[in-house]
Design a protein around this ligand. Structure first.
Ligand SMILES: Nc1ncnc2c1ncn2[C@@H]1O[C@H](COP(=O)(O)OP(=O)(O)OP(=O)(O)O)[C@@H](O)[C@H]1O
Length: 830
């Protein structure tokens, strides 16, 4: 019945109508069914009990299963955290767990598809001509600011943060926009209510006044909820943007193209501070972009709505005045506004440099402490901070004048203008009547009694009517004043957001520069500037080939070049190097320091380009492929297990079917069998770089080699800190596992474990080399030559001894004479 009466009262309530319609149809159908096949009361009861029991059992079982699943997942999460591991699915998605409030929280990471990167490359490497950006990276000719370049850069980043219309971010933005609209609507309601309350107060209508207060409070509650939701959603949007960008950048940065190495060592497009870009600039960009949406979007909606309301209330003249005011203010502020975007971009860079100084000190704390280099580092850090401080002080100084102007224009001159406009209907009643007579009854703002044309107040009226009219005028003034204030506030925020926009341009340019540089490194897109030739051995002069898929290591006429940062050319260390290492051909690379021994391994690893000729190597790294043990041992953050299996993770170890029991045997072979017990097991996490000694670190490297069992291994001074008896054992073990060793060392004693030598740094310019088979006549000749040189030098020993004696005698005379003269001086003084 209630539903029917509601229907009658609100025929437009379509939802209730529909509900009623289908409800009735269901009842009729059930009636029919009952008539056709009548059930006894007992059967019905039985069926109902059965259905209820079934529902209870299934929901209980479902709940139990859910609980079990959650528990299993939690336990697994805890186990994976302890082992520093995760789960990888076939499509490359990784499921990892992170500790959060004593619980294991699941994080699913989807890899960015290669096709997405390829599609984006155009946006980051070939910007449209209209933007004025050169196709080089970073676009040095563009100052970060409000220009076409900014629009393009922002659009390109928007492609990453909102990848699809149906993504989570779109939902967040729509919800945010809804709340922003709701807040504008509530501001209108508040403006109207304000007018009504003051009118009722002036007219002495107690009940209406109290009702108004009650309404005010309830709207207040809704408004506070709306405001806090806006802030909450803004933070959610910022975090969602940051997550997308961080994952995208990580995928590019840690790509198989070794961007993390090349970015700093070869490209140099982002200086030495990719970390600053990723950790700080990215956060600032996301915060700024998320807040811009509300700081620009909300005032824009407010401006349109309030202007429309004021237009209805005050007429076209006032609106034109308002628009002229906006335009004039915006032009003035834009003209006088300092280049905030550029300033922010430079500030970001300087912050990065200062941070890098601290990071460097942390990474090298032990070395600095041994040298007692604290005071020197202190000066360097102070210097770094002084530069940053000077820059920031300059920014603040520039801002003082601008903030004064901005404050005066936006707060005081605008409100004065607002008073003038709102007073128009009072002082210019004719104008008010022109607009009001037609619009007032329809406008929401004018309300019920405000249709009294203001012009009527000129005629004598009975006192009741006149007081009602003055109440109406009061209400209208208050409403308009509030609208004007809100308008001034919205306009002010809009103008402030121009400054925010300039700052956003600065952050956008930094993030865009990082991503374009990463794209350039990954796509190897280095071209000489138009109309110029590439510099010799620069990144745009790479003509050689790195061929992966050869069973061995082969260099054919490859110049080994120490590269310089793009676009400069590198320095040639070795002229056309050629040699081949096949299975079982153990090679020892020797030569003086700085001759380019490690450089050869960098070329084979693909860290440095093959500028000319051909470099061939196995396709894979690790098992059945090639492996490189660098000169400085690296220990990763993680468990003891992670140190042995690096670069494998526990996930890879599982995938490769390797078992933990093998690891102990490997450590035994590397003479590190005591470590798991000493350190408390495989899951122990420590700062391994500080825990292990120099020799232990090198032996850990050998343990990695024995775990991965590659076909070929470059060992760069990998046993220099290991005692020679253990060194021999390690070499023999590695060889017995079928690993072909390419050792880089200055220790001639290692020759006995190798079949070939490659001696670098020969010739007058130290850029020649000799590749010999150990034990052959030529090699013996070369050893003989070396011995002869040594014998010749030994022959000169007697001559040197004589010379030494002469010098000592000379020195003795000098000292005695000096002593006598100083004693004489001393006597004279006394
Ligand atoms: N990342 C780099 N960028 C540019 N030049 C480099 C880089 N790394 C090393 N070099 C330069 O390349 C040259 C060869 O270095 P390399 O490390 O190959 O020497 P090495 O023969 O292994 O010496 P050592 O016996 O001291 O290890 C050196 O002059 C060095 O300054």
């Amino acid at each position: 019945m209630a539903a029917q009466s509601t229907l009658r009262q609100f025929p437009a309530d379509r939802f209730s109508q529909l509900f009623d319609h289908y409800y009735e149809r269901l009842i009729v159908r059930l009636d029919k069914l009952e008539r056709r096949n009548p059930l006894s009361k007992r059967t019905t009861q039985l069926l109902a009990t059965l259905a209820l029991s079934l529902a209870i059992i299934t929901s209980g079982y479902g709940g139990y299963r859910l609980y079990r699943r959650r528990k299993t997942e939690r336990d697994e999460g805890r186990r994976l955290i302890r082992r520093n591991s995760g789960i990888r699915s076939k499509d490359g998605t990784r499921r990892i767990y992170v500790p959060y409030k004593n619980r294991a929280t699941k994080v699913v990471i989807h890899p960015t598809k290669q096709s997405t990167f390829e599609a984006h490359r155009r946006l980051f490497l070939s910007p449209p001509k209209q933007t004025g950006m050169e196709s080089g990276v970073p676009p040095t000719n563009i100052k970060p600011g409000l220009n076409m370049a900014f629009l393009h850069q922002f659009g390109a980043l928007a492609n990453i943060v909102i990848p699809r219309w149906r993504s989570k971010e779109t939902g967040l933005l729509i919800t945010h926009a809804t709340f922003l609209l709701l807040r504008t609507y509530l501001s209108l309601v508040v403006a109207r209510l304000d007018g009504e309350i003051v009118r009722d107060l002036v007219a002495g209508k107690g009940r209406a006044f109290l009702l108004g207060i009650a309404k005010w409070l309830s709207i207040g509650a809704v408004s506070s909820y709306t405001n806090s939701m806006i802030k909450f959603l803004q933070s959610k949007i910022s975090i969602a943007f940051r997550t997308r960008l961080t994952r995208y950048i990580h995928d590019l940065y840690l790509s198989p193209g070794l961007a993390y190495y090349k970015l700093h060592n070869l490209d140099g497009g982002v200086g030495h501070g990719a970390d600053q870009f990723i950790t700080q600039d990215l956060t600032l960009f996301c915060d700024s972009a998320a807040s811009l949406y509300s700081s620009l979007g909300k005032p824009l909606v407010d401006l349109v709505t309030f202007n429309f309301q004021l237009y209805k209330s005050l007429g076209p003249l006032a609106l034109s005045g308002l628009l002229v005011n906006y335009f004039a203010t915006a032009t003035l502020l834009r003209k006088l506004s300092p280049p905030f975007g550029k300033m922010k971009a430079v500030e970001g860079r300087k912050e990065g440099e200062f941070r890098a100084l601290h990071a460097r000190l942390i990474a090298n704390a032990e070395e600095v402490a041994f040298y007692n280099g604290g005071p020197t580092e202190h000066v360097l850090l102070d210097q770094g901070f002084r530069e940053l401080r000077k820059w920031m002080e300059d920014i603040y100084r520039i801002k003082v004048g601008y903030n004064m102007l901005e404050d005066f224009v936006l707060k005081y001159s605008w409100s004065a203008f607002g008073y003038l406009v709102t007073s128009m209907p009072v002082f210019l009643p004719t104008m008010g009547s022109l607009t009001q007579s037609a619009d007032a009854p329809k406008t929401g703002v004018s309300g019920d009694s405000s249709h009294d044309a203001v012009g009527d107040s000129m005629r004598p009226e009975p006192s009741a009517e006149s007081s009602e009219r003055s109440g109406g005028r009061m209400k209208q003034f208050i409403t308009n004043k509030r609208l004007m204030l809100s308008l001034a506030d919205a306009g002010g925020r809009m103008m402030y957001s121009i400054k925010d926009l300039s700052e956003l341009a600065g952050y956008t340019s930094r993030v865009y520069t990082l991503i374009s540089t990463l794209h350039r490194v990954n796509a190897n897109a280095y071209y000489p500037p138009r109309g110029t030739y590439p510099e010799l051995f620069s990144l745009s002069d790479v003509q050689g080939t790195l061929h992966k898929g050869f069973d061995g290591v082969r260099l054919e006429n490859v110049p080994v070049v120490a590269p310089s940062l793009y676009p400069m050319g590198g320095e040639e260390l070795i002229d056309n190097l050629s040699f081949v290492v096949g299975p079982g051909d153990h090679l020892l690379i020797t030569g003086p320091n700085g001759a380019g021994k490690s450089a050869v391994s960098r070329v084979v690893a693909g860290l440095w380009p093959t500028y000319r000729g051909l470099t061939s190597r196995p396709r894979h790294e690790g098992q059945d492929g090639i492996m490189f043990l660098p000169q400085r041992p690296y220990l990763s953050p993680g468990t003891l297990r992670d140190q042995v299996i690096y670069p494998h993770t526990e996930m890879d170890m599982k995938d490769a079917g390797r078992r933990e029991s093998e690891l102990q045997a490997i450590l035994e072979q590397a003479k590190l069998g005591y470590i798991p017990e000493r350190e408390g097991g495989w899951d122990t996490r420590k700062m391994w770089k500080d825990v292990l000694s120099g020799g232990e670190k090198q032996r850990m490297g050998i343990a990695r080699l024995l775990y991965h069992e590659p076909r070929y291994a470059f060992i760069d001074e990998g046993t220099s800190a290991v005692s020679s008896d253990v060194e021999g054992l390690l070499y023999e073990t590695a060889k017995s596992k079928g690993i072909t060793l390419i050792t880089i060392s200055t220790r001639a004693s290692l020759k006995r474990y190798h079949s070939y030598t490659l001696t670098l740094g020969l010739g007058e310019e130290a850029n020649e080399y000799e590749f010999l088979r150990i034990g052959t006549a030529t090699e013996k000749d070369s050893v003989e030559k070396e011995l002869q040189e040594l014998r010749q030098r030994l022959g000169q020993v007697e001559q040197w001894k004589r010379r030494q004696k002469e010098i000592e005698e000379e020195l003795g005379r000098v000292w005695t004479a000096g002593k006598e003269s100083s004693e004489e001086q001393l006597g004279g003084t006394l």
